[in-house]
Design a protein around this ligand. Sequence first.
Ligand code: HEM
Ligand code: CA
Length: 297
Amino acid sequence: QLTPDFYEQACPDALPTIRGVVEQAIQQEPRMGASLLRLHFHDCFVNGCDGSNLLDDTPTFTGEKTAGPNLNSLRGFDVVDQIKSELNSVCNGNVVSCADIVAVAARDSVNIFGGPAYQVLLGRRDATTASFNDANNDIPPPSSNLQALLSNFQNHGLNLQDLVVLSGGHTIGVARCAIYLPRITNDTNIDSDFRASLQKGCPNAGAQNDNTSPLDSTTTLFDTVYFKDLLQFKGLLHSDQELFKNDGSETDGLVTLYSNNPEAFWADFGASMIKMGNLKPLTGQNGQIRQNCRRVN
Ligand code: HEM
Ligand SMILES: [Ca+2]
């Protein structure tokens, strides 16, 4: 149902406009590219790519922003607002959905960091509601083992290869101490120097701090270092290292392949992002085009 040229008539400058704002935002703060990619993932995995996670809470409505996986963690809302307001003037009205803005901003971020310029399919419309409970239940936690990760992805119509290659999204961005403390405390399949260096900024003192650490050693390059790090047991999250245990499993094979084949990583990442971007979009007369991404019209 979605098509790459959906806005060609109604707003021919939509895509370059989004790209321009994303470039500016990344110039100001490189991490923003990672945050925009994650925003799309957390939208699509909760009742489809419908902009649900952009809705602010109100006194009578609790949306997805305060759910466990999102609270004090999801970022990029101001950039989405800025894109929306520029589009509202560039397009002569309110025609580009917030869900599509996030999908394009995620792709542009990946590409700006040196990743693939895969084609984003467009025509999603915005949800008029959001689900706190579904955000808590449908986004996999970093404590997940491989089986849990795989069944979560399968519940979203995605397979083992999608799981491994999309986890490669962790080639950019950072995670907070509270998130990786269990891994550097309890896991045994972790490089000891890597563990020691992480423990300095994230001591097991109960009081978790706001420190962050890179998800791979080159956080603003969309490269294969995430997979190379996994081969050395330097995955930051428990869920990352679940993909490589050196036990000859199918995920081990994929991690090894991607670690030394950037072309395969980029091609498969793009294909899996398109698959993820196709999750349950609202189209036709369903949903709406929000005027303001933070609230329903
Ligand atoms: C496979 C299951 C996944 C798990 C368990 C997971 C978990 C996490 C966690 C816990 C964080 C850190 C949050 C924080 O510290 O506040 C994170 C960050 C991130 N995730 Fe994932 N994630 C998964 C898949 C994905 C996918 C599919 C993508 C995109 C394709 C993605 C993109 C990112 C990015 C870019 C960041 C860094 C965000 C930033 O720096 O602002 N993740 N992830
Ligand atoms: Ca959603």
